[in-house]
Ligand binder design. Structure first.
Ligand code: FES
Length: 119
């Protein structure tokens, strides 16, 4: 079943929208040109994870001689829950700190200028 989530023109890069479906919220966002949709419910304590900031995953730079050379941002995007900071990979929905946790991800279809979430 597809649920209408909005017009494509209204969801530009970095934008997001919240839709209601059967008393639950689903967040839809466009990041790096792709659409993603997640249940707006953090597995930690139920926070509104889809309302959190998007950040590039940081990583430490360790040389072959094991010396530390600072940090850099990767291309991986993480959605950060606004309540306690748990981070979720936007591509997979898996928690960055512990991959056994994750947010529910939905397929998104963009057709004829409209966006639909498959529920
Ligand atoms: S409720 Fe999301 S990090 Fe705690």
């Amino acid at each position: 079943m597809e649920v209408f989530a909005g017009r494509s023109a209204d969801l530009k890069e970095g934008d997001r929208a919240l839709i209601e479906h059967r008393k639950q919220q689903i967040g839809v966002l466009r990041a790096k040109g792709r659409l993603h949709a997640f249940l707006n419910l953090c597995p930690h304590q139920g926070g509104p994870v889809c309302e959190g900031v998007l950040v590039h995953r940081p990583e430490e730079i360790i040389a072959e001689d094991r010396t530390y050379h600072g940090m850099r941002f990767t291309e991986d995007l993480h959605l950060v829950c606004p309540w306690h900071g748990w981070e979720f990979n936007v591509e997979t929905g898996r928690c960055a700190g512990d991959g056994k946790h994750g947010i529910r991800k939905f397929e998104v279809v963009e057709r004829d200028g409209d966006i639909y979430v498959v529920v």
